[in-house]
Design a protein around this ligand. Structure first.
Ligand SMILES: O=C(CO)COP(=O)(O)O
Length: 241
């Protein structure tokens, strides 16, 4: 059975006070959400501890936005897996296109981070996706296959979520057509050994397109940026029909 995983990636938004304000609007609206849907919030590191306390006893899981591959050491600005698991973090986004584009993340470091996350019992959300230029050049399939082949070396596919995030659809309002996202996600699935891996779509997911996206047979959830910052909008996404 493939699990439905709806995750909000808050990126570099929300102070602790703002994160608490979000929860007071969001949590009451979760009562309508079918219990089999996994709901995850991935805030900035500074919000994790306070959210961990506020979410105690709720069905919402916590995710981080990055993790380093060693347990501790002289790596200024990085975060280690045991620091995350100690405060109740369960998921971690790895290889987001913003990490790849601005912070030198490569398929090789993605692979190291994936294995480290799994070693500590975290569930990684591996992000893959093509730029507009790569899509226009007909390179979408080969790029994604390459990202998967390099990223997934020796990675356990029984504790893994993948997110297909076409870069041209992130933060642009230019959502990938649902049928096309479904096609690419089918291609991703064909590359995996484990058919039960949940595969999300990400890129301008909004309350007004979530139902169509989640109606696609290959799509098992969404990774939401901007629309996860607003309690009513994210509640509508989580409560898709
Ligand atoms: O990058 C994303 C989620 O990781 C998508 O961001 P938007 O939903 O803002 O397009």
């Amino acid at each position: 059975m493939r699990k439905i995983v709806i995750a909000g990636n808050w990126k570099m938004f929300k102070t602790q006070a703002e994160s608490q304000e979000f929860l007071s609007g969001f949590l009451p609206q979760l009562e309508e959400t079918p219990s089999e849907r996994e709901v995850v919030i991935c805030p900035p590191f500074t919000d994790l501890s306070v959210l961990s306390k506020s979410l105690h006893g709720s069905r919402v899981q916590l995710g981080a936005q990055n993790v380093h591959w060693v347990e501790n050491g002289a790596y200024t600005g990085e975060i280690a897996a045991p620091m995350l698991t100690e405060i109740g973090v369960r998921y971690v986004i790895i290889g987001h296109s913003e990490r790849r584009q601005y912070f030198g993340e490569t398929d090789e470091t993605v692979n190291l981070r994936l294995k480290a996350a799994q070693n500590y019992g975290l569930t990684p959300i591996l992000c893959v996706g093509e730029t507009k230029q790569q899509r226009d050049a007909g390179e979408t399939e080969s790029l994604i296959i390459s990202q998967l082949q390099k990223g997934l070396v020796d990675v356990d596919q029984t504790n893994l979520v993948i997110a297909y995030e076409p870069i041209w659809a992130i933060g642009t309002g230019d959502t990938c057509e649902a049928a096309e996202a479904n096609r690419v996600i089918g291609l991703i699935r064909s590359q995996l050994q484990n058919p039960h891996v949940s595969i999300q779509y990400g890129g301008s997911v909004k309350p007004n397109n979530i139902d169509e996206i989640m109606a696609q047979p290959e799509i098992d959830g969404v990774l939401v940026g901007g629309a996860s910052l607003e309690p009513d909008g994210f509640a509508r996404i989580v409560n898709f029909r």
